[in-house]
Ligand binder design. Structure first.
Ligand SMILES: *[C@@H]1O[C@H](CO)[C@@H](O)[C@H](O)[C@H]1NC(C)=O
Ligand SMILES: *[C@@H]1O[C@H](CO)[C@@H](O)[C@H](O)[C@H]1NC(C)=O
Ligand SMILES: *[C@@H]1O[C@H](CO)[C@@H](O)[C@H](O)[C@H]1NC(C)=O
Ligand SMILES: *[C@@H]1O[C@H](CO)[C@@H](O)[C@H](O)[C@H]1NC(C)=O
Length: 560
């Protein structure tokens, strides 16, 4: 409300308050998890949507980042406060296979790298962890996450501790200098065994971003199947998560040939998608074209698995949180539209606001970090608000609603949905409060239970509800390459207009903008996704009572 920006201290306090509020209300789902067609489900059969933050614990110190900045419990509480239900916690194989390393006290691990200041920070913020062996520090992190009802996916990021990933780091593919398949299998078994009785460890990512000159599809099947069996034999509770080739950008080789495993109901695939995965398209192309092409590419590389009935986890998405990186901003809105439409399971790279040391740089600032450099608060609070509606399921088994799926009109730029305030005013608001729409085969957007249709009246006017659905002004086509311009023709003179969300959230119909060509034009205020939801409609009983063509809103709530 205030026009001056809140101080970091206030934001921090707010986050802590939110943390306690959420911690009280959120609990772990019914565990263990398994899969039902493309969905991850709890032991009660209900969908569990994985919405995770990646937390690095695989760099040279072999400790979760940030322990020198905040208490481990505080960090876990911040994960929950930002609405995430899960952490993808990374580890290097050596943590499980090299006893000299895993038994090294955290203090020594930091000091041997010259990180005295970090050691001093751990002494202040996590005194109990300072002299624990690295493997116990890892366990304490998992346990702090459990205390905050956060699920954990263990991710084997590298063999040797250090920043990942390059083609030539010797960690890229089976047979690389540091990637001995036998040692990897031993490491997977050891970790799966260690966490067998730790309920909140719900999955294991077998190996991050396979890559490099030696990658080979037939070896992928051989070793990934062996890895999956090794993990399952040691811990049948966890989801077994398989990464693709080319830095986990591609799983297309699975389209004709699936993996063969001795068990069912635990297999998940993972795919990564960053703005830089798409080269310079985001800067140089019209944004609709770039999004259309990128999504098509993502579809052939991995999204097709959802259609084939396999869960696909977007285990790394990320962008520069400063908001100044144009290409990343464009990519992000495109990703969020897909995340909403396909109701994806996903994970942000990364939780950490900074690293002890990364690529030789002390106290490296993670510009992709959810948290600030000092780990105190959210780096980009508006992003946290924007993803709120994507942090719980729209679809999937066992949602509380007994309703048939309906449509909501999602606006990726804000993360909000189109709500009906009155017949003449539609406005963005929380998707949980969305009305139920039907998008018919005749391209009408019909407000369910009323039969009223969305109509375009004139250029620059508000979008309205009307009774007659057969007019051209109520036929809404998706016209740009992104498929996100929702457009109709005015009855009076055939002018094509598009839905547009103004800065105040009011929905108008305006000249369609940025449809093609212009690479500098920003179409995002006109980007909408008509997506399926079965969340349940708030106040549904009153909606049901509306006379089908009567006034909107009803003058008295007790009408009928
Ligand atoms: C095990 O870790 C220690 C400590 O980092 C290192 O000195 C040693 O070379 C490692 N051993 C192997 C076999 O990699
Ligand atoms: C992949 O590995 C298999 C088994 O070692 C080998 O026969 C095949 O030639 C390799 N393929 C390529 C493209 O390197
Ligand atoms: C949506 O509208 C179509 C056409 O009017 C109708 O056949 C269909 O049953 C409706 N769908 C739902 C879920 O109400
Ligand atoms: C159609 O009508 C709108 C006013 O609603 C006007 O802005 C637009 O210029 C007209 N288009 C044509 C082609 O006459």
């Amino acid at each position: 409300m205030a026009s001056s920006s809140p101080t970091p201290l206030l934001l921090g306090l707010l986050l802590v308050l939110l943390a306690s509020a959420r911690a009280a209300s959120v609990s772990l789902p019914a565990l263990p998890l398994s899969t039902a067609s493309r969905w991850v489900v709890g032991a009660d059969g209900r969908r569990v949507k994985l919405v995770c933050a990646n937390w690095a614990s695989h760099l040279e110190p072999v400790a979760a980042e940030g322990l020198s900045r905040r208490g481990v419990g505080d960090i876990a509480a911040r994960v929950a406060a930002m609405g995430f239900n899960c952490v993808r916690l990374t580890w290097p194989t050596y943590l499980a296979t090299n006893a000299t390393l895993s038994s090294l006290p955290l203090r020594w691990s930091l000091e041997r790298l010259g990180l005295r200041e970090s050691a001093a920070g751990v002494r202040v913020n996590n005194p109990d962890l300072l002299d624990l062996p690295l493997i116990d520090v890892f366990r304490e992190v998992v346990s702090a996450l459990a205390s905050n009802s956060i699920m954990v996916i263990l991710d084997n990021q590298m063999t040797t501790p250090g920043w990942c990933c390059s083609r030539t780091d010797g960690n890229g593919f089976f047979g690389d200098k540091y990637f001995d398949p036998e040692e990897w299998l031993k490491g997977l078994s050891a970790m799966a065994t260690m966490f067998r009785d730790t309920k909140n460890v719900v999955g294991m990512s077998l190996r991050n971003e396979l890559r490099g000159p030696y990658q080979n599809v037939s070896l992928w099947y051989r070793y990934m199947q062996q890895g999956a069996e090794a993990v399952h034999a040691a811990n049948p509770n966890v989801l077994v998560i398989l990464s693709g080739l080319d830095f986990d950008n591609s799983l297309s080789f699975l389209s004709p040939k699936q993996v063969k495993l001795s068990f069912t109901g635990k297999l998940v695939f993972e795919q990564h998608w960053y703005g830089f995965s798409d080269g310079t398209d985001w800067e140089n192309w019209n944004q609709n074209d770039a999004c259309g092409v990128a999504v098509e590419s993502i579809r052939t590389k991995g999204l097709f698995l959802l259609q084939q009935g396999w869960p696909l986890f977007f285990s790394e998405i990320g962008f520069d949180m400063s908001g100044t990186h144009i290409a990343d901003n464009r990519y992000l809105t495109c990703f969020l539209s897909v995340a909403a439409e396909m109701d994806l399971d996903w994970a942000v790279w990364a939780l950490e606001g900074s690293y002890y040391i990364r690529e030789g740089i002390l106290a490296y600032d993670e510009t992709y970090g959810l948290l600030t450099w000092d780990w105190y608060t959210a780096r980009n609070p508006s992003f946290i608000e924007r993803i709120n509606s994507l942090q719980s399921p729209f679809q999937g088994p066992g949602l509380p609603s007994s309703h048939k799926p309906y449509k909501v009109i999602f606006h990726p730029l804000t993360g909000l949905c189109v709500l009906v305030e009155s017949a003449n005013v539609l406005k963005l608001g929380p998707c949980d409060e969305s009305n139920a729409w039907n998008y018919t085969s005749a391209y009408e957007l019909v407000l369910k239970h009323t039969g009223q249709c969305l109509e375009a009246k004139s250029v620059g006017d508000t979008a309205k509800l009307g009774a007659g659905c057969s007019k051209s002004c109520s036929k809404w086509q998706l016209i740009s390459d992104s498929g996100m311009h929702v457009s109709a023709e005015l009855t009076k003179n055939g002018t094509r207009v598009c839905l547009e969300a103004g800065p105040d959230g009011v929905i108008t119909t305006d000249e369609c903008k940025c449809l093609t060509e212009d690479p500098t034009c920003d179409p995002e205020s006109q980007w909408f996704k008509v997506i399926s939801s079965s969340r349940g409609i708030p106040g549904d009983s009153s909606v049901l009572q509306l006379p089908s063509l009567g006034p909107w809103p009803p003058t008295s709530s007790s009408s009928r």
